[in-house]
Design a protein. Sequence first.
Length: 260
Amino acid sequence: MASISLRDGVLDIVESGAGKPIVLLHSLLADRAIFDRIVPTLARTRRVIVPDLPGFGGSSSAGATIEGIADRISGLFDALNLGTTADVLGNGFGGFVASTLAIRHGNKFDRLVLADTGISFSPEGKQSFHAMAERVRQAGMSAIIDVAMKRLFPEDYIAAHPEVVTERRNALVKTNPEFFAEACLALAALDLTSGIATIRNPSLVVVGELDAATPPKMARALARALPKAGLIEIPGCGHAPMAQAPEAFIKTISDFLALT
């Protein structure tokens, strides 16, 4: 693990492997360890960089806007001498950050994988983020843990894999409630409609068929709005297919990222 000091704050990252870089950006309901089941496979041929997003883990806050968070992440490319060949993969919240990164700094990297994300949320979705921010500010992270697990994974997976759910619960409860609330408000305010069509990075949209957090209809709308983007739905998966079905997830992204 390394702590990278940037102009506007600090990012904690873990690195492994060698080769063409790939940056992995995690979901609101997870930490960087959500990628642990795919990192070893990626690291066989890639330099894998997994930061804690601003406000998570040891990374300092970048405020309550997706733009501020994306700008912080953009600093990694120069700080780590990644050149312009890195790929970026974002899941959920990390996917919104990745899209914003492509809109604002797309010339800094190559390919873009957007997993279980979208362009914006419905009014009901936005309200749920406001409510979640208020709950964690009042009662801490434990107040939303049960709901979070049901948004990360389908119920049958939760029943069959209690050890994974326990791992995810233990990680999420350590998140700073105030920073988590900031991220919720950033998502509530988010609307990428005006910028999404300007993305020129080759893009692949991936979504779990059973995603309850960012449903497939959001992914389909995103793929339609992106220039020449592919779309793949992963059967039986929820919001975090990289943790739920790592082999299927790697297979899904393999051709697009030329992993073999």
